[in-house]
Design a binder for this molecule. Structure first.
Ligand SMILES: [Zn+2]
Length: 69
């Protein structure tokens, strides 16, 4: 089950990180940037999907949240 979250609910720093820390399979390059971001939770894991800012290919990255004790 997929639960879509509001990308704008993230703070500015997080948004910047997620939009810049990307990997594109088609370009075979990291950190190209992402457009049309969508944030969602699936199987209790958080993902961000969007389109590569260079070629437009759909890319998805998992958000790994660091747990602070
Ligand atoms: Zn690309």
């Amino acid at each position: 089950m997929k639960q879509v979250l509001d990308f704008c609910s993230l703070d500015e720093v997080e948004r910047k990180i997620f939009l810049e820390d990307t990997w594109c399979d088609k370009c075979s390059e990291a950190d190209l940037g992402m457009i049309n971001p969508e944030l969602y939770i699936e199987d209790a894991r958080k993902f961000i999907s969007g389109n590569c800012a260079v070629c437009g290919t759909k890319c998805i990255s998992e958000i790994v949240v660091k747990i602070v004790d």
